[in-house]
Structure formats: structure tokens, C-alpha cells
Design a protein around this ligand. Structure first.
Ligand code: FAD
Length: 362
């Protein structure tokens, strides 16, 4: 027959599940490296959570040396994230975002924002790149299952399935579920034999029953400090920055960073002292706001089950994880998006090596 097309059913080299910060960055890196990929996104648009970051301004990284960045992260996260971070330090992220045509603004402390003051500038720049590179985007299309087979994976949605050689799970944490991050990736990980550390709120406010605080609701203090004290009253962690009064208690970056430290290291015996506008409040009972309101999720796919160099599962070859779905988090100031980007890049670099080295059976 003349003009007969050669239609063969081929697997996609990389299926990316989740079109948030990690998924978009992974797709951009894959496009740059000419790796065929496909993005599945639960919501109708990419990057819903990224649009909310830094009150809509998107503090996308902190332009400081990788070693300082790792010190700020603190262990146990820093020790695990070091290879990905050193391969994709903040300066590489700055170059990458600038190469999308985004004008940038650097704050004195290194925090980086789009000069427009709009997170949408960055999200649209990623979208434009993926459109120009012809990366297929399946939006409004939640993945419902990931089934490993001899020849890769079947990635299922409610209406169709796709055959993929490699799968990157970048479905995010559990906070702000209206942005699409509802815990699917943690469920897929569990179903495929991975441990998932309990998910809890990170970088969130603390509830305080204090009329003086609720009476000041709405007040912001830029030069506040918060200190975490152990049972003997010793300061074990401190953070300087914003302290805000809320109808229910205290928020702001200084409080968030101390709350994250406590959530990582355990609440038992800890108290917190918060100073702002000449006032000092001691919190002996520490009640964090709910996970759904948190900036980041602490917990997720166990670091022990994922190779820190490649982001590949130690249990299922060809299955990768990146971003907040992992039990990885950082303080306020661009650390969490940086972690999402760096882990995404590490995964794609490994996918490329795997495809080249014939790590798949066809
Ligand atoms: C209010 C707020 C402010 C923040 N500000 C900052 C900041 O200024 N700087 C910073 O560094 N970090 C900030 N963060 C944290 C940062 O936004 C996250 O750490 C980061 O977005 C995580 O990226 P991710 O790709 O892992 O997850 P997400 O960005 O949450 O993306 C996950 C995506 O996966 C999709 N998805 C989920 N399940 C499925 C499925 N089954 N199938 C297909 N798609 C699916 C979701 O719809 C979502 O789009 C902030 C967070 C919040 C909530």
C-alpha cells in the first residue's frame, strides 16, 4: 500500500507525573537533553502551588554557595540532598531560569525573585519552553496507577494508559491540596513497596491562646526572632526574621523556621521564645497549624529507599522521585523550590544515562 505510515507502539522514554515545580523543571531539562517525555498534571494548569509562593512573588532559590545552602538545610536532609544540590547548585538554577528569558531580582541575602514580582512570569516561562519544545502536556489528567512491567511501566489515567520506559513521580507533598498535591505519589510509592515517613506540617504557624496576640492580629514585625529551647532551657535553634500576629497565634518566617526544626527533631520537652516589637512570648505548648495550611510537608517517600545521586527507587528500577513527595524539606527563603529543581534534574540526568546505557530491556 502506498504512503502507508509506519505506526509502531513505542514507549515514551520518560513519563513525568505532576506538573508542579519539580515536574516542570524535569520536563525542561529533559527537553534540553532531547529526551522524549510526557507530563501528566492533575489540575487544568501547571504550577498551581508555584503561583502561590512567596505571596505570589516566587522566591525560587537562594543565591548562596551550595555548601552554605546545605548547612542551612541541616541534617538529616542536607546529608542526603548534598549530591543533587552540588550537581545543581543555586547558581545553576539562576542560570536556568534566566535562560527562560525571565529578568531576575536578587535580594541582599541572596533570595532570588522574578523582577516582575509575579510568580506567573516563571510559571509561564516554563510553559512557553515546554510548548516550544513540543513536550506533550496531559493536563486535567490525574494519574491513577503506575504498574511496573518487564518492559517499563504502564501509567494509567481514568481514560487511557501510556507505556513508559521510565517514570518520575513529582506529585508534591500534602499541603494546600487545592493546588493538586493530595498525596497520590506517596500512595504510589507505598503500593510499589517503599516506606513513606508520616507526613506532617512544616513551616507553619503555632497556635497560641493569648488575648494580647489575637488583639494584634494583622500586625507584622520584620525584625523578630524565635528561639527553640530544650528541656533545660538551652537554645538549640534560632531564627531571625518576620513575626506576624494572627487571630489564632503567631506566624512569619522566624516562627516557621523554628517550627520546622522542632517538627524534624521532635516536640517533646521543647518550648519556644518569640520576640517581636519589644514583646516576648514564651510558648510552652507547641501546637502547629494543620498540614493543609503548611508551606511544606515534612515526611514522604523515605530517603532510604531512593538513591540520592540518581533519585531512582532502590526497589523499582526506572522509577524516580523528585520534589516534595520525598521526605526532604528546607527552611523559608527559596530552599524548597531549589530542592524540587535539584532533585528533578538529578532524576533526568540519570534517566538519560539509563536510556543510553541500555538499562532497559528493549
Ligand atoms: C503558600 C506557599 C508558599 C511557598 N513559598 C515558597 C517560596 O517562596 N520559595 C520556595 O522555595 N518554596 C516555597 N513553597 C514551597 C514550594 O512551593 C514547594 O516545596 C514546591 O512547589 C514543591 O514542588 P513539587 O513539584 O514537589 O510539588 P508541587 O509544586 O506541589 O507540584 C506537584 C504537582 O503534581 C500534581 N499531581 C498530584 N497528583 C497527581 C497525579 N496523580 N497525577 C498527575 N498530577 C498530579 C499536582 O496537581 C501538582 O501540580 C511555598 C509553598 C506554599 C504552600
Amino acid at each position: 500500500m502506498k504512503n502507508r505510515q509506519n505506526l509502531k507502539h513505542e514507549p515514551v522514554p520518560l513519563a513525568i507525573v505532576g506538573g508542579g515545580a519539580a515536574g516542570m523543571f524535569a520536563a525542561a531539562v529533559a527537553a534540553e537533553r532531547k529526551i522524549g517525555c510526557l507530563v501528566f498534571e492533575r489540575k487544568v494548569r501547571l504550577g498551581a502551588k508555584m503561583l502561590m509562593t512567596a505571596n505570589g512573588r516566587c522566591n525560587f532559590t537562594k543565591d548562596i554557595p551550595a555548601e552554605q545552602f546545605l548547612r542551612d538545610l541541616g541534617d538529616p536532609v542536607a546529608a542526603w540532598a548534598a549530591p543533587a544540590l552540588r550537581s545543581c547548585p543555586p547558581q545553576a538554577i539562576v542560570r536556568g531560569v534566566r535562560s527562560l528569558g525571565v529578568k531576575l531580582r536578587r535580594m541582599e541575602d541572596g533570595r532570588m525573585f522574578p523582577d516582575s514580582g509575579q510568580a506567573a512570569t516563571i510559571v509561564h516561562a516554563f510553559g512557553d519552553l515546554l510548548r516550544d519544545e513540543g513536550v506533550p502536556l496531559c493536563v486535567n489528567c490525574p494519574v491513577t496507577g503506575i504498574q511496573p512491567m518487564k518492559n517499563g511501566f504502564i501509567v494509567a489515567t481514568a481514560s487511557f494508559t501510556v507505556w513508559a520506559k521510565n517514570v518520575l513521580v513529582a506529585t508534591g507533598g500534602l499541603s494546600f491540596p487545592k493546588t493538586g498535591s493530595v498525596g497520590d505519589g506517596q500512595d504510589f510509592a507505598r503500593q510499589l513497596g517503599h516506606r513513606v515517613e508520616p507526613c506532617r506540617a512544616g513551616l507553619t504557624g503555632l497556635e497560641v491562646r493569648d488575648r494580647a496576640i489575637s488583639a494584634q492580629a494583622g500586625a507584622r514585625f520584620d525584625d523578630g526572632t524565635a528561639r527553640v529551647l530544650d528541656a533545660s532551657g538551652q537554645t538549640v535553634f534560632s531564627s531571625a526574621g518576620e513575626v506576624d500576629c494572627e487571630p489564632w497565634g503567631l506566624s512569619g518566617s522566624a516562627v516557621y523556621n523554628c517550627q520546622r526544626w522542632i517538627a524534624r527533631h521532635g516536640y517533646a520537652g521543647m518550648s519556644m521564645e518569640v520576640s517581636y516589637g519589644g514583646q516576648v512570648t514564651t510558648l510552652r505548648t507547641l501546637v502547629p497549624r494543620p498540614l493543609k495550611e503548611a508551606i511544606v510537608t515534612i515526611g514522604g517517600v523515605s530517603r532510604d529507599d531512593v538513591d540520592p545521586v540518581t533519585m531512582m527507587s532502590r526497589n523499582v528500577p526506572g522509577l524516580y522521585f523528585a520534589g516534595e513527595v520525598l521526605d526532604v524539606d528546607g527552611p523559608t527563603g527559596g530552599y524548597n523550590l531549589t530542592l524540587a529543581f535539584a532533585t528533578a534534574r538529578a532524576a533526568v540526568v540519570s534517566v538519560q544515562a539509563r536510556l543510553r546505557d541500555g538499562g532497559v530491556a528493549w
